[in-house]
Write a protein that binds this ligand. Sequence first.
Ligand code: CP
Ligand code: NVA
Length: 301
Amino acid sequence: MKHLLKLGDLTREEILDLLGLADQLKFERKNNIPHPVLAGRTLGMIFQKSSTRTRVSFEAGMYQLGGNALFLSSRDLQIGRGEPVQDTARVLSRYLDAIMIRTYAQSEVEDLARYGSIPIINGLTDYAHPCQVLADLQTIREYKGTLQGRKLAFIGDGNNMANSLIVGGIKTGMSVAIGCPKGYLPDADIVKWAQRCGDLTITEDINEAASNADAVYTDVWASMGMEEEADRRRRDFAGYQVNAKLMEYAKPDAIVLHCLPAHRGEEITDEVLEAHAGEIFEEAENRLHAQKAVLVRLING
Ligand code: CP
Ligand code: NVA
């Protein structure tokens, strides 16, 4: 594994290896066992969109691994004034040991990897959010014991989260069901791949999607960068909510996951979020452990 641009680039074995290392790093942190395996290493973090979890977990994670992290807002970098990504990549490669980038176009992340000479990590694009899904898979495995044969239901927009959950779920042997309105389908190539390689259902009927699920997942109706569509989306997604009624269709011991931030009263009710706060905030914590595993594998091999 040279980069983490999208989960589709990883084999099932590479994903399971990262999850195993994430569990080990979580154990070490919980038991105050130092693990400074990235001493002297520096991660650059380029943000073109807001972040709480990604920024803080990468930054804290690098410190816990004995290294440093630099927060680089695109507003302050020359990239924000038009310096080409291919030049930025070649310059930063000479100072840093890895770069995490959160941006809009997936092609920008791919370009950084093409022109740079250090590992690139996708910290969210409009297309994918692989770091989040590694933490999600770690969480599902923690609560359910296994991934193989489990059913993951995603309710809402066929967005970056849906795309990455389909790929991560199918690669680890889960069946995946997406309940989304017409016109908001996940990426067509990902859907085609998943239907060929595994068990993917796409339906407008959220009860069908949630039926018998082990994990029910949702995300905001309007992602970052789509703020001007928020009103239309509020209308189009009415009914695509994770609430107590929907949870009756899932398995009685189903967990609920949300990448956060959540909009209570829109994609999820306050009641369901609070009833499942245990797993949702464990999931947020697992961002730290899963990303530390990514950093160790990418920088140390
Ligand atoms: N889930 C997630 O990526 O959160 P942030 O936007 O706060 O980083
Ligand atoms: N789909 C959301 C995820 C946030 C972590 C967004 O892109 O804004």
